[in-house]
Design a binder for this molecule. Structure first.
Ligand code: ZN
Length: 308
């Protein structure tokens, strides 16, 4: 099993971009690693948060569509996004969230790990998970969060499905995961990656999710390069999934498909990464546009709300 299997990024829907920026950078201490627009709808920002360099497995991105309805987490969605923090860090986090007046759930144990639950300003379910795999990974200090306690990247994500089995099979046969454990209606899949190595599936027969603010739009899994992506895509097509053509997302190349339970999956390449159009020290400091939108920059900028 290759160490670069696992989650590449997760994309969710937010409301107000300024509120979103403040929560993820000032409360959670993540770095804004790219400020760009939704390439399919340039009237809205696409904000990327991650570790210092925005490595795959650390990237949570948002489309702040302020006009959209409030979403409801449920079946057919990623219903929780989990961040990895070093062992022992939750004590700091509980104090920090209290100081920031953010509600959180007292840490509890799940699959032998300590988990602290909270929500972002739009109601997106987040978790901080003490994960021994990241004890030795360097953390970025935002100034708000000391580097020893900082979020390292993803621990994993939880999917709600009517039936976990077909999705579990997909994770195992095409995406490099292995079933590791189960408890009641919760099924644990893992890779050996340091970041983003966990997918938990909960069987949920009742509530359908409703897309909108506070919900996940899609989840992307890693392919180390275009060649690996091509072979995953071919295998998926052979199995009967409707996979899109490859799209150039500037910082990675992507293909998309719906898994059987209705969650939008993406396969994204590790290359070229976020330093392709600005140096690492300046990541996120300016609005970056792909070359095919650059000649409309004035119009696009005039349309976007101000962001400080
Ligand atoms: Zn994506």
């Amino acid at each position: 099993m290759s160490h670069n299997k696992g989650i590449h990024h997760i994309t969710a829907v937010a409301g107000d971009p300024q509120q979103n920026l403040e929560f993820y950078t000032k409360v959670l201490g993540m770095r804004l690693v790219k400020k760009t627009v939704n390439f399919d709808d340039p009237s809205v920002y696409h904000l990327y948060y991650g570790d210092e360099t925005g490595r795959p497995g650390s990237i949570l991105t948002f489309f702040p569509w302020s006009h959209l309805q409030q979403g409801e987490p449920g079946r057919g969605q990623v219903v929780a996004v989990s961040f990895a923090v070093p062992e022992g860090a939750l004590e700091f986090w509980a104090d920090h969230l209290e100081e920031q007046n953010i509600d959180y759930m007292e840490p509890f144990e799940r699959f032998e790990k300590q988990v602290l639950g909270l929500q972002d300003p739009n109601g997106l379910h987040l978790e901080l998970v003490e994960d021994s795999k990241v004890n030795k990974l360097a953390g970025w200090s935002s100034g708000v969060i000391p580097s020893e306690h900082a979020i390292r990247g993803f621990h994993g994500a939880t999917l709600a499905e009517e039936d976990y089995e077909p999705t579990g099979e997909l994770l195992e046969s095409d995406l490099g995961f292995q079933k590791a454990d189960e408890h009641a209606d919760r099924h644990l899949y893992q890779t050996d990656a340091k970041l983003g190595s966990v997918i938990e599936i909960i069987d949920q027969s009742e509530l359908d999710g409703r897309p909108g603010k506070g919900t996940v739009h899609h989840i992307a899994f890693r392919a180390e390069n275009e060649e690996v992506q091509r072979s995953i895509r071919k295998k998926l097509l052979d199995t009967g999934y409707h996979v899109t053509e490859r799209k150039d997302r500037q910082y990675f190349k992507s293909v998309y498909f719906y898994e059987s339970g209705g969650v939008l999956f993406e396969i994204a390449t590790d290359d070229p990464g976020f330093a392709i159009d600005e140096p690492v020290e300046e990541l996120g400091s300016q609005l970056k546009l792909p070359r095919w939108l650059e000649d409309r920059r004035d119009l696009i900028e005039a349309d976007l709300p101000e962001l400080n």
